[in-house]
Design a binder for this molecule. Structure first.
Ligand SMILES: C[S@@+](CC[C@H](N)C(=O)[O-])C[C@H]1O[C@@H](n2cnc3c(N)ncnc32)[C@H](O)[C@@H]1O
Length: 275
């Protein structure tokens, strides 16, 4: 099956390249406000951040097909000693533009992963009440839906082609709302300098919420993880990325810089540069 993949270098605040209801699944992870290391000073303030996310959310709602799913990987963030309730605020924004809140899965990273600081160390130095600050090993995977899905709209042959492997489902406990998934390691080859999620996150959701040949959107593409997995799973994809310098990283990750690649996948790849 030939699939088509479109990388748009530009902001997803506006997605004029996409028609209304033309996307069957969105899997994405936006910036976590001005997250230390990754997005220091990226937004003027928290209100501006929420305003941008709200604009993108309206576009996500417009382009998503009726009944379909949006997956948002996000979490609250500590910036300059202040904890921002991004998960709650984003949920409100998405509900405000029309999405139904469907579920929340907790992604748990291995115990050895502590990215920012050992906040809990404060209590070790001051072993008294009121000095407790937990370290964060968790992120949220929020599931939203655009109205009701028409199960009868999918032909039987397509259902069979996209059937979920129940052994994989049971073995990896996809049925629970606690997913143990190893994070991308800091010195990873294609993800250096990008707060990338591991392939396993889009992989599970693409299998669970889209059929082969459908189109998956990531409006915050980063290193291109969602697009890479979409190719592997024979879905079409569209990705928006604001930073032009990531184009090279994305094409390397998709292995589109080599001529002999995609021996296994029949792929059409296009880049639109708005700049
Ligand atoms: C958390 S990263 C996404 C990482 C991605 N999931 C991956 O696995 O590589 C968020 C990305 O969104 C990009 N970004 C921020 N604002 C954007 C916007 N308005 N439009 C498009 N991309 C944006 C950032 O440059 C960054 O690369």
């Amino acid at each position: 099956m030939k699939t088509t993949h479109k990388l748009i270098i530009g902001s997803s605040e506006l997605m004029p390249e996409l028609a209304d209801s033309s996307i069957q699944l969105i899997v994405t992870s936006p910036p976590y406000f001005n997250a230390p290391f990754d997005y220091e000073g990226f937004y003027y303030n928290y209100d501006k951040y929420l305003e941008v996310m709200s604009t993108v959310s309206k576009e996500m709602y417009r382009v998503l097909d009726k009944g379909r799913i949006l997956i948002l990987n996000i979490d609250d963030m500590l910036v300059n000693g202040v904890k921002y309730p991004i998960t709650a605020d984003f949920t409100k924004i998405l509900q405000g533009v029309g999405f139904l809140y469907r579920d929340r899965i907790i992604w748990k990273k291995p115990d050895g992963y502590l990215r920012i600081s050992r906040r809990s160390g404060v209590l070790l130095q001051h072993p008294y009440p009121m000095y407790f600050y937990p370290d964060n090993l968790l992120e949220s995977l929020l599931i939203f839906q655009k109205g009701e899905f028409d199960y009868k709209s999918i032909p039987d042959t397509l259902k069979q082609e996209s059937k979920i492997d129940l052994d994989e489902f049971k073995k990896n406990k996809w049925y629970s709302n606690l997913w143990h998934i190893t994070n991308v390691l800091p010195n990873a080859k294609y993800e250096n300098g990008v707060a990338a999620f591991p392939d396993e996150i889009p992989r599970r959701f693409i299998k669970l919420f889209s059929y082969k040949g459908e189109t998956v959107l990531d409006p915050f593409l980063g290193s291109g993880t969602t697009m890479k997995v979409a190719i592997e799973l024979q879905r079409n994809s569209v990705g928006y990325e604001l930073k032009p310098e990531l184009e090279e990283k994305i094409t390397k990750k998709l292995k589109l810089d080599c001529t002999d690649i995609f021996i296994d996948y029949d792929v059409n790849f296009e880049v639109i540069r708005r700049f």
